[in-house]
Design a binder for this molecule. Structure first.
Ligand code: FCB
Length: 800
């Protein structure tokens, strides 16, 4: 295998495997279909308080019924391999005995579908969904479970072995044992260090017995998949070559033995590391390790599967008590890394992967390496039908560069599988943590490839990454060719008019001759511009926004206008204290030219905080009065007033209002417009409040009818609420508009389809976005901070 830097790509070896991974319980759903028995994850997730939001895998991505479409999508992304796990409880619903043919059928169909799409099936036999019946007999603390696993392995291989070449026995025995039996945050939820060590050993034994079954049955490639983490000191996060103190080195070694070598050594060398035996002995004795076990565990394997997410950062700290997940780690401090983190809070350290791969090839040279999982959860935002997950792409790019570096240094890495193909049930974190390169809308089960998936497709197509153009001509080269200074060249390139026409012509000539392309980084040094803009969405849950057509329209337009102006746009969420801090830090870091801010709550602290950083900020919508800031808004008050005046002109006298959430500025302005329009007429105001949803509009309408059964018109500060109100009016027998006229706000698509069609106030959202972008660009160019309010238009339909 050779690695070459072909032209512009950082090429991976020929035959390098590109793929994606998933696990049964995380995606399949269909928890009771075709005779599937319960697993420990069904029990655990259905136990109140165990998973975030009480989420379960009952439906997950419904992959069990949607696998055909999912495989088609994999083919479109160009995947060469797909690693999935078989659910033991589908094959043996009660953990032992004859195989359930219907359960095997599903994987049979899946494998055929994959092969037809030219995707190699990589089968994981155990990804944590132990049949509950076996747990009732002691689960992994019971030695017998390892033998049951060997039987189950045989049953699966009997059915799929003619078509599946690559087999993984156990996924991450450390996690299964320690999180499941040691600290109880995963199924089955037990918390005993002694039980965790027993479980680890039996999981290893299961691996060995299973590997033997597979070997005897003629499997082509057999692997064990481990969660491996380079153990490093805080100083090594940024400087991997730093030599630690003797005390720190001892701390590193002890933790490395527990998390990595406790599994690597028995499986690949046939022995436990001494420090592990000592700790195990102290915690619960060594009685569970029987003669012959280590030989049984140490089966020849073809591949070591590596799941890498983040390093383990430790240092010596006398007096520190032992960490519950790492028994025997007295006097060791597990510290965070000073590095950016993912939504899981895991530090992003790509060099950890090259370190790990290099070390494995050095210490265990006989086994080939495969990254079976690498990936990241971020708070994705769906923009129309796109997900611009730049953080995730950057994560993969960094880790692939690290993998490439390790290959160049001699590591025998054969492939890379991203975690994960789909957003899925992230165990105790439920559905909130999204790891997919494909977005899943869990309401509709719609799949949407994120930008990272499209990027990955290109990586696969090129068998590598685009390398920075190394040989492109530099600014210095242009200066030398033209016989002028660097500063003259940059002034010409940046369009400054301080260079004479004669020199300008000479410079441009040299630029053309050399084919010079201005490098944005170099240019930003000169212009002090980064050409980066953050589009910040503040104070609203992303899910609500994702479904809100007005919101996506505004984000889409703002992005488009900024990109047309040559700016790079980063979409950032600031709906938590942490998110706000990230935005503030980023804004203050000098990496941004400006911010377009979508903030709706009057109490949002972000506008004021951003104003303090001094960088240009334009808000989409008027910010709270206390913040001196530039904004582009629509005329909320004027729009509301025009609707109310229209109702008055139609002869209505008892005009009620359904207002939006009182803590949002737009709702306050619309209510003000309603009041102003009524004030001059002497009619009194009657107000109910909703939260912009249809149901809240219905509730508010019911309340208004109770408060004033004689009302003859309603102004509603949002079309969805107006639709809810319309329903209640018709339920209560009021004819619209004869008895009660009704007008909404926003002119959403549905407003023209109600019966009768809804009179409403149309807000020019795209124009608002364009105006905000213009204001921002002007400020970036040194112009004054100013604001604009765009007029709205009353669209009169049958409801008034
Ligand atoms: C690994 C698991 C996988 C997924 C990722 C985020 O530990 O193997 O199922 O949860 O972490």
């Amino acid at each position: 295998m050779t690695v070459s830097a072909r032209g512009e790509t950082l090429a991976f070896p020929g035959g390098f495997v590109w793929g994606a991974a998933t696990a049964a319980y995380q995606i399949e759903g269909a928890a009771r279909d075709d005779g599937r028995g319960p697993s420990i994850w069904d029990t655990f997730s259905h136990t109140p308080g165990r998973t975030a939001g009480g989420h379960t895998g009952d439906e997950a991505c419904d992959h069990y019924h949607r696998y055909v479409g999912d495989v088609r999508m994999m083919a479109e992304l160009g995947l060469g391999a797909y690693r999935f796990s078989v659910a033991w409880p589908r094959i043996q619903p009660s953990g032992s005995g004859p195989a359930n043919a219907a359960g095997l059928d599903f994987y049979d169909r899946l494998v055929d579908e994959l092969l037809a799409a030219d995707i190699a099936p990589y089968v994981t036999l155990y990804h944590w969904d132990l049949p509950q019946a076996l747990e009732d007999l002691g689960g992994w603390t019971n030695r017998d479970t390892a033998y049951r696993f060997a039987d189950y392995t045989r049953a699966v291989h009997d059915r799929l072995g003619d078509r599946v070449g690559t087999w993984m026995t156990i996924n991450e025995p450390w996690v299964a044992a320690v999180l499941g039996y040691g600290i109880g945050v995963h199924a089955p939820g037990r918390a005993s260090a002694a039980e965790a060590f027993r479980a680890s050993h039996h999981l290893l034994l299961a691996h060995g017995l299973g590997a033997r079954v597979l070997r005897e049955a003629g499997a082509r490639e057999i692997a064990l998949t481990l969660n491996l983490a380079p153990v490093i000191t805080p100083g090594q996060v940024s400087d991997p070559d730093l030599v630690p103190s003797a005390e720190d080195a001892e701390a590193v070694n002890r933790v490395d033995c527990l998390i990595n070598r406790q599994f690597l050594d028995p499986a690949l060398r046939g022995s436990y590391p001494e420090p592990v035996l000592a700790i195990m002995d102290r915690v619960g004795g060594l009685g569970h390790i029987r003669d012959g076990d280590l030989e049984a565990i140490n089966q020849p394997v073809d591949l070591l599967g590596i799941n890498y997410y983040t390093p383990c950062v430790v240092r010596s700290e006398p007096g520190e008590p032992s960490n519950a997940a790492y028994p025997g780690t007295e006097d060791i401090l597990f510290s965070g890394a000073h590095a950016p983190t993912t939504a899981m809070g895991w530090a992003i350290v790509p060099t950890g992967l090259s370190q790990l791969l290099t070390r494995l090839s050095r210490d265990y040279p006989e086994v080939g390496l495969l990254v079976t999982e690498n990936g990241a959860a971020f708070d994705d935002v769906v923009t129309g039908d796109q997900v611009h997950d730049t953080d995730r792409t950057a994560f993969f790019e960094g880790h692939l560069r690290a993998a490439h570096a390790a290959i160049e240094a001699g590591s025998d890495l054969r492939g890379f599988l991203v975690w994960s193909l789909l957003d899925n049930f992230e165990w105790a974190e439920g559905y909130d943590k999204r790891f997919g390169i494909v977005h899943v809308d869990f309401e509709t089960q719609r799949r949407l490839p994120k930008d990272s998936a499209l990027w990955y497709r290109e990586v696969i197509r090129h068998n590598g990454l685009h390398r920075e153009r190394v040989r492109r001509p530099t600014l210095e080269a242009v200066a030398a060719r033209a016989g002028v200074s660097r500063s003259t060249v940059s002034r010409v390139i940046n369009g400054e008019d301080t260079v004479s026409d004669e020199f300008r012509a000479i410079v441009l000539n040299a630029v053309n001759e050399l084919g010079y392309v201005p490098n944005s980084a170099a240019r930003s040094l000169v212009t002090r511009r980064t050409d980066s803009i953050a589009l910040v969405v503040s104070d609203s849950p992303s899910e609500a926004h994702a479904d809100d057509p007005l919101f996506s329209a505004i984000v889409r337009s703002a992005t488009r206008y900024l990109e047309e102006a040559g700016k790079r746009v980063t979409l950032m969420l600031a709906d938590s204290a942490e998110g706000r801090l990230r935005v503030e830090r980023y804004a203050a870091s000098g990496h941004l030219d400006g911010v377009v801010l979508n903030s709706t709550l009057s109490s949002d602290p972000l506008p004021a905080a951003l104003a303090r950083t001094g960088i240009p900020v334009v808000s989409l919508g008027r910010p709270a009065v206390s913040v001196p800031s530039s904004y582009a808004d629509i005329d909320n008050a004027g729009g509301a007033a025009s609707a109310v005046r229209h109702l008055l002109a139609r002869g209505r006298r008892r005009i009620a209002a359904i207002a939006g959430p009182p803590d949002t500025i737009a709702a306050q302005d619309r209510l003000r417009g309603y009041r102003e329009a009524l004030r001059d007429t002497g009619h009194r105001s009657i107000i109910a409040v909703g939260d912009l949803t249809l149901a809240s509009g219905a509730d508010a309408m019911r309340q208004l009818l109770r408060d004033d059964p004689a009302l003859d018109a309603v102004f509603v500060a949002g079309d969805l609420m107006a639709i809810g109100a319309l329903r209640v009016l018709s339920e209560s027998g009021r004819r619209v508009p004869d008895d009660v006229a009704i007008a909404g706000f926003d002119d959403i698509e549905a407003a023209s389809h109600t019966v009768p069609a809804l009179t409403t106030v149309r807000a020019p959202r795209a124009d608002q976005a364009r105006a905000a972008v213009r204001l921002l660009l002007r400020q970036i160019d040194g112009g004054p901070a100013s604001s604009t309010i765009l007029p709205t238009e009353l669209v009169i339909r049958e409801s008034t």
